[in-house]
Design a protein around this ligand. Structure first.
Ligand SMILES: NC(=O)c1ccc[n+]([C@@H]2O[C@H](COP(=O)([O-])OP(=O)(O)OC[C@H]3O[C@@H](n4cnc5c(N)ncnc54)[C@H](O)[C@@H]3O)[C@@H](O)[C@H]2O)c1
Ligand SMILES: *[C@@H]1O[C@H](CO)[C@@H](O)[C@H](O)[C@H]1NC(C)=O
Ligand SMILES: *[C@@H]1O[C@H](CO)[C@@H](O)[C@H](O)[C@H]1NC(C)=O
Ligand SMILES: *[C@@H]1O[C@H](CO)[C@@H](O)[C@H](O)[C@H]1NC(C)=O
Length: 412
């Protein structure tokens, strides 16, 4: 793989020399003159053909070389909800981005939107690959020169993780190992990891700080915690700059309406609360199911810390800028304020203008009663604080995108 990528990047002259096969011509020196001329002509024609057919000989792909002043970020899961928003922000900030995604959960439509916004060569490329395929991942790292990796790709539904735990350990823990191994082999210096508040489980004391003990209670949280452990152990003896961001509940979408959240319809039943609200508001589902009203919280429904995706991607850019070689930064990314499911539903009703029917059901396995962050550390160390903290406004922005695209990225 290394040899291949080197020869690809060799200047044209050196390449045609080796292709010219001088040894072979030497052997034929005593043969007849016409044969020799014919052979040389054929070889020259072959050279020209090879050079013409492969643009990388004449101009190496901008993604395959380090360019001073340009930071090339590999965004895994960049076709997904958060990864696509992060890519948009990175491109706006003049980063170079390669998205790797196998579209098992993401949307090609999101990639197309990004490509149409940044069509210039060398800004964005999309590579369709499964991260579980270590050989393909190795090839991607050998052919591209990344400065940093933002690793979003994962399966990310608590309920689903209790039903299909192996899928979670595979696509979260094992795939993170694959990505790290390639980063180590190809000396990629900076790693930003998407972790989650689900790694804390259900701590007794709120709010959650970064030193709150991690005791996850479902396979999703456990798989993410295991991935964190692998990253931490690796970083102890490495010069890699690592940032682990533990997100709380992500909502909202691009304020300019270019991107949105469009999960697979078959995931609806495992879905997140905002998607469930929108489906109910659009009449796709009969109403909104609230699972659990007997939790030990003021109104009996679960309490969560809802973080707007615009704030979240801002935290990623700040983490990338402040990452230091040989150091690990671990940060909660939340607003610091908990809101109940009932509060969320009433904000959703206001934002959509629909009087959504609400059904109250028993608890769902794997849910925690109350989870909210203490975001002091990230404010002090990365100068980040949540700006988009009006729940109703965040939901309104997301609703606008949902309403204008009844089939998600499938149609507009
Ligand atoms: N959404 C949240 O509230 C939330 C909260 C905490 C943490 N996170 C984390 O943020 C990250 C992104 O979440 P999201 O909400 O954008 O999810 P998403 O499902 O929208 O995006 C995940 C993307 O990863 C891709 N992917 C999954 N497995 C893959 C594989 N094996 N190979 C290649 N691509 C693969 C999917 O196709 C999808 O595009 C995840 O790591 C998730 O655990 C999300
Ligand atoms: C994603 O990768 C998995 C594992 O290799 C594979 O089973 C699945 O078919 C892929 N999904 C798509 C849409 O290609
Ligand atoms: C996750 O891993 C499984 C194999 O365990 C694979 O079949 C699947 O396609 C992968 N991706 C997703 C999104 O489930
Ligand atoms: C912190 O961020 C604010 C606003 O985003 C900015 O005005 C300020 O200069 C930053 N402070 C430091 C020390 O970088």
């Amino acid at each position: 793989m290394l040899n291949f990528s080197r020869s690809r990047n060799q200047p044209r002259a050196a390449r045609s020399m080796s292709l010219g096969g001088m040894d072979y011509v030497d052997q034929k020196r005593k043969g007849n003159f016409i044969g020799k001329v014919f052979l040389l002509a054929a070889l020259t024609a072959l050279c020209i053909l090879v050079i013409k057919r492969s643009p990388s000989f004449t101009t190496p792909s901008p993604f395959s070389v380090h360019e001073p002043g340009v930071t090339h970020v590999l965004v895994t899961g960049g076709a997904g909800y958060i990864g696509s928003h992060a890519t948009l922000r990175l491109l706006k900030e003049s980063y170079r981005v390669t998205i790797v995604d196998n579209l098992s959960r993401g949307n090609l439509g999101a990639v197309k939107v990004l490509q149409s916004l940044f069509p210039e060569p060398g800004r964005l490329q999309f590579i369709y690959t499964d991260l579980g395929d270590a050989k393909s991942v190795d090839k991607i790292f050998s052919e591209n020169k990344f400065d940093a990796v933002m690793h979003f790709a994962a399966v990310a539904y608590v309920g689903e993780s209790t039903l299909y735990p192996l899928k979670y350990y595979h696509n979260i823990t094992s795939n993170t190992l694959v990505v790290l191994e390639s980063m180590a082999k190809y000396n990629v210096k900076t790693f930003i990891y998407s972790s989650t508040c689900a790694t804390y489980g259900e701590p007794e004391k709120m709010p959650i700080t970064e030193v709150t003990e991690q005791k996850p209670i479902n396979p999703y949280g456990k798989a993410k915690k295991m991935a964190e452990d692998i990253i931490l152990d690796f970083s102890k003896n490495s010069k890699m700059a690592v940032m682990i961001l533990r997100y709380f509940n992500v909502i909202g979408s691009d304020p300019e309406g270019r991107l949105g959240e469009a999960p697979r319809p078959e995931l609806r039943e495992h879905g997140r609360i905002s998607g469930a609200c929108f489906d109910a508001a659009r009449g796709i589902t009969q109403g909104l199911k609230v699972t659990g009203t007997d939790y030990n919280t003021p109104d009996g429904t679960c309490i969560r810390d809802y973080i707007d995706v615009t704030d979240l991607v801002d935290a990623h850019v700040k983490a990338l800028e402040k990452a230091k070689p040989g150091k690990v930064g671990i940060y909660n990314v939340g607003t610091g304020k908990g809101r109940s499911v009932k509060e969320f539903v009433s904000a959703c009703k206001k934002a959509t203008g629909v009087d959504i029917k609400v059904d109250f059901l028993p608890r769902r396995p794997g849910d925690y009663a109350e989870v909210y962050s203490d975001p002091t550390k990230i404010r002090q160390e990365l100068n980040w604080t949540a700006q988009y903290t009006d729940l109703e406004k965040s939901i309104q922005v997301a609703w606008k995108w949902q309403k204008s695209r009844p089939n998600g990225y499938g149609s507009s």
